[in-house]
Write a protein of this length. Structure first.
Length: 170
Protein backbone atom coordinates (compact mmCIF):
# COMPACT_ATOMS: atom_id res chain seq x y z
CA UNK A 1 0.00 0.00 0.00
CA UNK A 2 1.41 3.31 -1.09
CA UNK A 3 1.87 6.57 0.73
CA UNK A 4 1.78 9.94 -0.99
CA UNK A 5 3.12 13.25 0.25
CA UNK A 6 2.21 16.79 -0.73
CA UNK A 7 3.47 20.05 0.75
CA UNK A 8 0.93 19.86 3.57
CA UNK A 9 -0.49 16.32 3.51
CA UNK A 10 0.49 12.72 4.04
CA UNK A 11 -1.83 10.24 2.37
CA UNK A 12 -1.36 6.82 3.93
CA UNK A 13 -3.31 3.64 4.54
CA UNK A 14 -5.70 3.72 7.47
CA UNK A 15 -4.59 2.08 10.70
CA UNK A 16 -6.66 0.96 13.68
CA UNK A 17 -5.64 3.96 15.78
CA UNK A 18 -7.32 6.27 13.21
CA UNK A 19 -10.72 5.11 14.41
CA UNK A 20 -11.40 7.83 17.00
CA UNK A 21 -10.64 10.70 14.61
CA UNK A 22 -12.56 8.95 11.83
CA UNK A 23 -15.58 8.35 14.08
CA UNK A 24 -15.52 11.99 15.22
CA UNK A 25 -15.54 13.21 11.62
CA UNK A 26 -18.34 10.80 10.69
CA UNK A 27 -20.40 11.98 13.66
CA UNK A 28 -20.48 15.53 12.26
CA UNK A 29 -23.76 15.85 10.34
CA UNK A 30 -22.37 18.72 8.25
CA UNK A 31 -19.40 16.62 7.06
CA UNK A 32 -21.63 13.64 6.30
CA UNK A 33 -24.42 15.71 4.76
CA UNK A 34 -23.57 14.76 1.17
CA UNK A 35 -22.02 11.36 1.85
CA UNK A 36 -24.75 9.61 3.82
CA UNK A 37 -28.17 10.60 5.09
CA UNK A 38 -26.52 12.21 8.11
CA UNK A 39 -24.04 11.53 10.87
CA UNK A 40 -22.83 7.98 11.41
CA UNK A 41 -22.94 6.16 14.71
CA UNK A 42 -19.66 4.86 16.12
CA UNK A 43 -20.63 1.38 14.97
CA UNK A 44 -21.39 2.55 11.43
CA UNK A 45 -18.12 4.56 11.37
CA UNK A 46 -16.24 1.40 12.41
CA UNK A 47 -17.78 -0.60 9.57
CA UNK A 48 -17.03 2.20 7.13
CA UNK A 49 -13.38 2.24 8.21
CA UNK A 50 -13.24 -1.56 7.87
CA UNK A 51 -14.59 -1.23 4.30
CA UNK A 52 -11.98 1.38 3.45
CA UNK A 53 -9.18 -0.83 4.79
CA UNK A 54 -10.56 -3.93 3.07
CA UNK A 55 -10.86 -2.20 -0.28
CA UNK A 56 -7.06 -2.01 -0.43
CA UNK A 57 -6.86 -5.77 0.09
CA UNK A 58 -9.44 -6.53 -2.58
CA UNK A 59 -8.47 -4.02 -5.27
CA UNK A 60 -4.90 -2.94 -4.48
CA UNK A 61 -5.99 0.70 -4.11
CA UNK A 62 -8.48 2.62 -2.04
CA UNK A 63 -9.04 5.64 0.14
CA UNK A 64 -6.06 7.04 1.99
CA UNK A 65 -6.16 8.45 5.49
CA UNK A 66 -5.52 12.15 4.95
CA UNK A 67 -3.15 13.51 7.57
CA UNK A 68 -1.83 17.03 8.09
CA UNK A 69 1.95 16.74 7.92
CA UNK A 70 2.54 19.63 10.32
CA UNK A 71 0.34 18.27 13.12
CA UNK A 72 0.06 14.55 12.34
CA UNK A 73 -3.70 14.91 12.75
CA UNK A 74 -6.11 12.81 10.67
CA UNK A 75 -8.36 15.25 8.81
CA UNK A 76 -10.26 12.97 6.44
CA UNK A 77 -9.92 10.56 3.57
CA UNK A 78 -9.54 10.67 -0.18
CA UNK A 79 -8.73 8.32 -2.98
CA UNK A 80 -10.28 5.71 -5.21
CA UNK A 81 -13.04 3.14 -4.89
CA UNK A 82 -14.29 0.57 -7.34
CA UNK A 83 -16.91 -1.44 -5.48
CA UNK A 84 -18.85 -4.26 -7.07
CA UNK A 85 -22.04 -2.79 -8.49
CA UNK A 86 -20.63 0.74 -8.31
CA UNK A 87 -20.06 3.37 -10.97
CA UNK A 88 -16.60 2.25 -12.06
CA UNK A 89 -13.30 3.74 -10.97
CA UNK A 90 -14.43 6.48 -8.62
CA UNK A 91 -12.62 9.32 -6.87
CA UNK A 92 -13.95 10.40 -3.51
CA UNK A 93 -12.95 12.71 -0.69
CA UNK A 94 -14.16 14.04 2.64
CA UNK A 95 -12.40 16.29 5.10
CA UNK A 96 -13.29 17.28 8.64
CA UNK A 97 -14.86 20.69 8.94
CA UNK A 98 -11.74 22.30 10.46
CA UNK A 99 -9.87 21.46 7.23
CA UNK A 100 -12.37 23.11 4.87
CA UNK A 101 -11.51 26.19 2.83
CA UNK A 102 -7.72 25.72 2.89
CA UNK A 103 -7.20 24.04 -0.47
CA UNK A 104 -6.29 20.73 1.17
CA UNK A 105 -8.83 18.68 -0.78
CA UNK A 106 -7.50 20.07 -4.06
CA UNK A 107 -3.90 19.40 -3.01
CA UNK A 108 -4.63 15.82 -1.95
CA UNK A 109 -6.86 14.96 -4.88
CA UNK A 110 -4.28 16.21 -7.40
CA UNK A 111 -1.70 13.86 -5.83
CA UNK A 112 -4.20 11.00 -5.96
CA UNK A 113 -4.94 11.66 -9.64
CA UNK A 114 -1.23 11.58 -10.50
CA UNK A 115 -0.99 8.24 -8.64
CA UNK A 116 -4.05 6.91 -10.47
CA UNK A 117 -2.48 7.74 -13.82
CA UNK A 118 1.12 6.73 -13.20
CA UNK A 119 0.87 3.77 -10.79
CA UNK A 120 -2.62 2.39 -11.45
CA UNK A 121 -2.39 3.17 -15.19
CA UNK A 122 -5.90 4.60 -15.25
CA UNK A 123 -6.86 7.33 -17.68
CA UNK A 124 -10.37 8.12 -16.46
CA UNK A 125 -12.19 8.47 -13.16
CA UNK A 126 -15.70 9.49 -12.12
CA UNK A 127 -16.93 11.53 -9.19
CA UNK A 128 -20.46 10.95 -7.90
CA UNK A 129 -21.75 14.14 -6.27
CA UNK A 130 -25.08 15.34 -4.93
CA UNK A 131 -26.29 18.42 -6.85
CA UNK A 132 -26.42 20.51 -3.66
CA UNK A 133 -22.75 19.87 -2.87
CA UNK A 134 -21.37 23.05 -4.42
CA UNK A 135 -17.87 22.65 -2.94
CA UNK A 136 -17.35 19.19 -4.44
CA UNK A 137 -18.81 20.23 -7.78
CA UNK A 138 -16.40 23.19 -7.91
CA UNK A 139 -13.47 20.90 -7.07
CA UNK A 140 -14.43 18.37 -9.74
CA UNK A 141 -14.75 21.17 -12.30
CA UNK A 142 -11.46 22.77 -11.19
CA UNK A 143 -9.79 19.40 -11.88
CA UNK A 144 -11.28 19.34 -15.39
CA UNK A 145 -14.33 17.23 -14.61
CA UNK A 146 -17.28 17.39 -16.97
CA UNK A 147 -20.87 16.63 -16.03
CA UNK A 148 -21.78 13.40 -17.81
CA UNK A 149 -25.15 12.46 -16.39
CA UNK A 150 -27.72 12.92 -13.68
CA UNK A 151 -29.38 9.91 -12.10
CA UNK A 152 -31.26 8.73 -9.03
CA UNK A 153 -29.95 6.13 -6.62
CA UNK A 154 -31.43 5.23 -3.21
CA UNK A 155 -33.92 8.09 -3.64
CA UNK A 156 -31.10 10.63 -4.05
CA UNK A 157 -30.40 12.76 -7.10
CA UNK A 158 -26.76 12.38 -8.09
CA UNK A 159 -24.44 13.85 -10.69
CA UNK A 160 -21.62 11.98 -12.37
CA UNK A 161 -18.56 13.99 -13.35
CA UNK A 162 -15.94 12.38 -15.58
CA UNK A 163 -12.30 13.35 -15.35
CA UNK A 164 -9.38 12.49 -17.56
CA UNK A 165 -6.38 11.65 -15.42
CA UNK A 166 -3.15 13.54 -16.02
CA UNK A 167 -0.23 11.85 -17.71
CA UNK A 168 2.60 10.55 -15.51
CA UNK A 169 4.67 13.71 -15.98
CA UNK A 170 1.88 16.07 -14.89
Amino acid sequence: MSELFTDRLRLRPFIASDFEAHAEMCADPEVMRYIRAGALSREAAWWQLARYMGHWQLRGFGLWATVERETGRLIGHLGFLEPEGGHGFELGWALSRNAWGKGLATEGVRAALRYGASVLARNRVVCIIQPENDRSIRLAERLGGKLEREFTEDDRRLLQYGLTLPGPAA
